[in-house]
Design a protein around this ligand. Structure first.
Ligand SMILES: Nc1ncnc2c1ncn2[C@@H]1O[C@H](COP(=O)(O)OP(=O)(O)OP(=O)(O)O)[C@@H](O)[C@H]1O
Ligand SMILES: Cc1cn([C@H]2C[C@H](O)[C@@H](COP(=O)(O)O)O2)c(=O)[nH]c1=O
Length: 208
């Protein structure tokens, strides 16, 4: 890390199956970047805007067709880009988003079986030419994620899915990581919080 400020903002996304541990580390990454002189905007998907948060409620708690699920996720994303991500990057801020389009590929594509070309078409429509500068993929086996979730919270619609669903989501995440090695960094989130932080520091060196 060189501690210098940069005129261009960066877009960093956090991904992984539910319970992998990504949200736990967003505060740490925010602090690291702030120490390096960056102005950080931290947000999430689905959500991140008043309308997006309403769509999040529907997505996480209502049963619906998988196509509807994908369209609502991308509607939330479009609003997020228009209201939060685009303006922040334009100011030169660093944007951290707890999930983005990789989640649609993993959950609606891998998990639910929506054909990937449909998601690619939505991606192309909603954010042509924009990809995260860095995606931190928190990876754990399903049993670890399940144990962490069961210990902490009431489960929402996605979190209540069967193990095979999460296996498919995880496989799709890992498939995308293998295809986008420059952008997606796989973090071994089975390790202790301090060890995960060390991996995050190393990954962030690449964009600082
Ligand atoms: N490396 C770790 N070692 C042990 N426990 C961890 C680790 N990382 C996170 N946890 C714990 O696992 C639980 C789930 O973590 P967290 O909420 O960050 O997951 P998440 O990936 O953001 O899940 P979701 O996507 O469902 O919100 C929390 O109780 C957290 O304290
Ligand atoms: C962006 C996005 C998210 N999801 C799913 C993935 C998670 O189960 C929830 C969000 O909950 P979290 O606790 O904030 O991780 O939504 C999805 O299915 N498709 C998406 O595009």
């Amino acid at each position: 890390m060189n501690g210098q400020t940069s005129a261009r903002g960066r877009f960093i996304t956090f991904e992984g199956i539910d319970g992998a541990g990504k949200s736990t580390h967003i505060g740490f990454v925010t602090a690291l970047l702030s120490e390096a002189g960056k102005t950080v905007v931290s947000s999430r998907e689905p959500g991140g805007t008043p309308l997006g948060e309403k769509l999040r409620e529907l997505l996480l708690h209502e049963k619906m067709d998988v196509g509807t699920e994908a369209l609502l996720a991308f509607a939330s994303r479009r609003e997020h880009l228009a209201q939060v991500i685009g303006p922040a990057l334009g100011r030169g801020d660093w944007v951290l988003s707890d999930r983005f389009t990789d989640a649609s590929f993993a959950y609606q594509g891998g998990g639910r079986g929506l054909p990937l070309p449909k998601l690619e078409a939505l991606e192309q429509w909603v954010h042509p030419g924009l990809q995260p500068d860095l995606t931190l993929l928190f990876d754990v086996p399903l049993e670890v994620a399940r144990e962490r979730l069961d210990a902490t919270r009431d489960l929402d619609k996605f979190e209540s899915e069967e193990a095979a669903f999460f296996e498919r989501c995880r496989n799709e995440y890992l498939r995308r990581a293998a295809q986008s090695k420059g952008r997606i960094v796989v973090i071994d989130s089975t390790r202790s919080i301090d060890e995960v932080r060390a991996q995050l520091r190393a990954a962030l060196e690449k964009v600082l």
